[in-house]
Ligand binder design. Structure first.
Ligand SMILES: [Zn+2]
Length: 444
């Protein structure tokens, strides 16, 4: 691949260990990797003028349900707590098939890309009417984002005391078999990987103890990561105490669900002992502030988690509980929500941006991503700060405090996915029209 030079950025926010920010700096990209960062760099390849722009590492989203991009703002699910929200949406999701999964994934991925995201994970835990994980991987390949899809699952239906309807749950033997299939077909453990597969039972209240344990054993055998929802709200903790006789952290630990290869979404209700457990075991957390606000779940103690040494990344969560999928706005929300509970000095704008970059890279086990330093992959977000939403700003922290909330350009593995605010890979007008048509058909 020929070289690409990003020349003369107002500020390059490197997110290196020291938090270095470089003024009027260049970034040279070669073969998808950052080859040099500094001033006065030259190339015979393509040159992009970065005057008036701040460049950051591409943002990393650690929790999503891309399929939910087709169920935003559903009446009946707009004002409910988690369990009631789920019960309203399950019958709608049961009518999805491969086309709904693919179109929704495209929509969610484009939305993320335009908000600065270069890597997202996805948690797909229902497979109605022939839908497969493959549908979402095809969408990510088309959009050009780095992708960590997880093969999710639900196996305990209503008749067995679980929350989902029986029609949406799968046999555990089938879940494990398909998990092996998608790992063997798509998982790439190498540095620079564009696709890494993980395993992700939906939550302790929708699968059995045996499936949690067997999934952990399979993941370790295959060398892939583990993901689920944990301690999301008071109902979730109450269910754990009533059904399992222990708190969620204990349940996770007992079944092999702690370690550097595990990350849990939400963790709003972790107590001090559980935070200590996560720090000791290097278990990661995906913090989803907008979703936690939307569902009234509570305020995750992120500052305490970070002070204890827990790896924390950000997640937009699915669009049925956000209902937006804008990752730079999610960083702002993380900062604001932390301050509501723990004070104005509990999370700086730069700390929020760090959660969205280095934090996400640590949670997803990607030491090849999350910072603009030589040798890391060239995943870069370019923010035009010459517009009205940044006018009058004094500092690069304005990116989180003020705006913009959409990128000018986005590079993934050195390939330009967004140019001048437009997708280079997907025709967004036609996509939005298709998504509207599918939503109307579901509502009808
Ligand atoms: Zn979720």
């Amino acid at each position: 691949m020929p070289e690409t030079l990003l020349r003369g950025a107002d500020v390059v926010v490197t997110m290196d260990d020291a938090g270095t920010e470089l003024a009027r700096a260049d970034i040279l990209i070669r073969d998808g990797v950052i080859a040099a960062v500094g001033q006065g760099l030259a190339t015979t390849g393509t040159v992009h003028d970065m005057a008036g722009c701040v460049v950051t590492p591409g943002l990393i989203n650690t929790h999503h349900h891309l399929y939910q991009s087709l169920t935003r703002a559903v009446p009946g699910a707009q004002d409910a707590l988690l369990f009631g929200w789920l019960r309203t949406l399950y019958p709608i999701w049961a009518r999805f098939g491969p086309e709904e999964m693919f179109s929704s994934a495209l929509t969610g991925l484009v939305e993320l890309a335009l908000s600065g995201c270069t890597l997202t994970s996805d948690h797909l835990y229902l497979y109605p009417n022939g839908a497969r994980l493959d549908d979402t991987i095809a969408a990510a390949t088309e959009v050009g984002l780095r992708f960590h899809p997880t093969r999710g699952s639900m196996s305990i239906g209503e008749s067995a005391g679980g929350l989902p309807p029986d029609s949406l749950v799968e046999a555990e033997s089938k879940i494990l078999k398909d998990s092996i299939r998608v790992i063997d077909a798509f998982h790439d453990p190498r540095p620079g990987a564009m696709v890494r597969v993980g395993l992700a039972p939906c939550s302790p209240f929708s699968v059995s103890r045996e499936l949690m344990r067997d999934t952990a054993l399979l993941a370790r055998d295959k060398g892939v990561m583990l993901h689920t929802h944990l301690a999301e709200n008071d109902e979730d903790v109450a269910y754990s105490l009533a059904r399992f006789g222990c708190r969620p952290g204990q349940y996770a630990e007992d079944l092999g669900w702690t370690g550097a290869d595990v990350w849990h979404a939400h963790c709003v209700k972790l107590d001090a002992g559980e935070i200590d457990l996560f720090a000791r075991s290097r278990t990661g957390i995906s913090h989803c502030p907008c979703s936690n606000c939307r569902l009234g779940s509570g305020i995750a103690p992120v500052r305490r988690m970070r002070d204890a040494g827990v790896n924390v990344g950000l997640g937009v969560d699915g669009s049925a509980s956000n209902d937006s999928g804008n990752l730079i706005s999610e960083a702002r929300q993380a900062m604001l929500l932390s301050r509501v509970a723990y004070g104005a000095d509990s999370m700086s704008a730069r700390a929020a941006l760090r959660l969205a970059t280095r934090g996400g890279a640590a949670v997803l086990g990607r030491d090849d991503l999350g910072q603009i330093t030589v040798g890391k992959r060239a995943d870069l977000a370019v923010w035009d700060v010459s517009g009205i939403d940044s006018a009058g700003s004094w500092d690069a922290a304005a990116l989180v405090l003020a705006g913009p909330t959409h990128v000018r350009d986005l590079f993934v593995e050195g390939r330009q996915v967004v140019a001048q605010g437009r997708m280079t890979t997907v025709e967004t007008g036609a996509l939005a029209a298709r998504q509207r048509r599918l939503a109307l058909a579901l509502a009808g």
